[in-house]
Design a protein around this ligand. Structure first.
Ligand code: C5P
Length: 293
């Protein structure tokens, strides 16, 4: 009996995250910021298709609007892995069905990059361990190691120090105000608070069972100043908070009915501009592609 032929194609969901809180506790000499955050996976996901080729080319089937193929994080992840492998490979065609809004603070690009590293490590049979892929991923974005880590986490450093965390099952209403926010502009702002005192994980865990959100997002006042539509969305959704560097804001609910009622309320009050988008999503415990490494 012979072994089954190695897989030649894979289709994977690449889910988004929200930051339940995000504190800026310092700054490194290279300008990157030291954070404390809890990253929560949610079931709003891009779908990624990988098909091995025979000509060694790395091809993006359909470029995303406004993103040159060479800048696409899936292509950059594939090339990075190819360089790390340091041997001739078969190539791949990658097709992305995009659902996670870009410039939304939901980590869509980083999740696509993480799933690409995990999928191609498997399809190309490279045998890199998860920790090695996370190290490569950090070159593509500070959020990539979190997705490769595979589950919800307490996150420190610039995003690469991960402590696994069990989080309660919840629903979230996520609102995208219809405009994106550029992450570098938020982090560069002179008025960004960079000295929030460090907290310890048990402070968060104690508060996590309460209905109110723990801490705050230090990036939110800056994003709201740069893009007033973010402030408008945050004010329209009671108890909400911004995710990442924006532009999305979210509120947490114990059940789907309550989240749907909040969404209906926003619609009926005509509280948001026409270009705003909304999703009721569920918390996720595991990152699908992480099972491959
Ligand atoms: O790594 P990522 O692409 O998410 O970051 C985009 C920009 O945000 C970086 O170039 C950097 O200016 C800023 N950033 C930061 N500190 C972090 C993460 C990002 O200053 N921890």
């Amino acid at each position: 009996m012979t072994d089954a032929a190695p897989a030649r194609s894979l289709t994977l969901q690449a889910p988004a995250k929200i930051n339940l809180f995000l504190h800026v506790v310092g700054r490194r000499a290279d300008g990157y910021h030291l954070l404390q955050s809890v990253f929560q996976l949610i079931d709003l996901a891009d779908t990624l298709h990988f098909d091995l080729r025979t000509d060694g080319q790395i091809v993006l089937a359909e470029p995303l609007p406004g993103v040159a193929p060479e800048d696409d994080l899936c292509i950059r992840a594939a090339r990075l892995l190819e360089r790390a492998a340091n041997r001739p490979l078969t190539g791949v065609t990658i097709r992305v069905e995009k659902r996670i809004p870009m410039g939304g603070g939901l980590g869509g690009g980083s999740s696509d990059a993480a799933t690409t590293l995990l999928a191609l490590n498997h399809l190309w049979q490279l045998g890199f361990k998860r920790a090695q892929l996370a190290e490569l991923g950090l070159q593509l974005g500070a959020d990539v190691p979190f997705f490769i880590g595979g589950g919800n986490a307490w996150v420190e450093g610039i995003g690469e120090q991960l402590t696994p965390l069990q989080l309660p099952r919840r629903r979230f209403l996520v609102v995208h105000p219809g405009v994106g926010v550029a992450t570098p502009a938020v982090f560069k702002a002179p008025d960004l608070t960079r000295t929030t005192p460090s907290v310890i994980i048990s402070d968060f865990v104690r508060a996590a069972s309460a209905s109110e959100l723990f801490g705050r997002n230090d990036l939110q006042p800056v994003a709201e100043r740069l893009e007033p539509a973010v402030k408008f969305a945050a004010q329209a959704l009671p108890g909400s908070r911004m995710s990442g560097s924006g532009a999305c804001v979210f509120a947490a609910f114990d059940c789907e009915a309550a989240a749907n009622a909040a969404l209906q309320g926003l619609r009926e009050r005509n509280a948001l501009p026409a270009q705003a988008r909304m999703w009721v999503v569920s918390s996720l415990d595991q990152y699908p592609a992480a099972a491959l490494a």
